[in-house]
Design a binder for this molecule. Sequence first.
Ligand code: FMN
Length: 135
Amino acid sequence: MSNKVIETIKSRVSCREYSAKKVSIKKLEMILEAGKSAPSACNRQIADITAVRKSSNILKIRELSKCLMNRDVMYGASTIVLVHAPREDAFCAQDCSCIIENMMIAATALKIDSCWINQFDELLNANEAKSLEDH
Ligand SMILES: Cc1cc2nc3c(=O)[nH]c(=O)nc-3n(C[C@H](O)[C@H](O)[C@H](O)COP(=O)(O)O)c2cc1C
């Protein structure tokens, strides 16, 4: 017996080389909706999702990455989604992880490659994620 959702989950792989093409707003919104539909501890929904698509903000992230890690840890991606939650919350990692996984599976279903990047924690520590939100 085959199942489309399970096949999508099984076909997801991390991508570490991206084209310059941005994810369309429509597809990005579908991916973000999948992220927002993730379960959260006690349904408190403490995590925030910040989608970054504007070239100048993507450049800022790349520059910060080069400054903190000496390389572009985003592999040249032109659409970046930051998931962040108060660090002091007992379930911040679990809640964020559920969101990220949902979004990666949704992206796979839409034929969009993705990669989970953890090495960028310093940016979120610096509380800069929100300031990168596209307006
Ligand atoms: C918590 C977590 C952190 C990760 N951090 C990074 C990362 O910083 N950079 C990276 O290139 N991949 C990162 N990955 C992706 C893993 O390396 C990848 O999922 C793993 O090698 C399995 O490969 P696959 O995703 O193609 O199945 C991370 C994955 C997880 C779940």
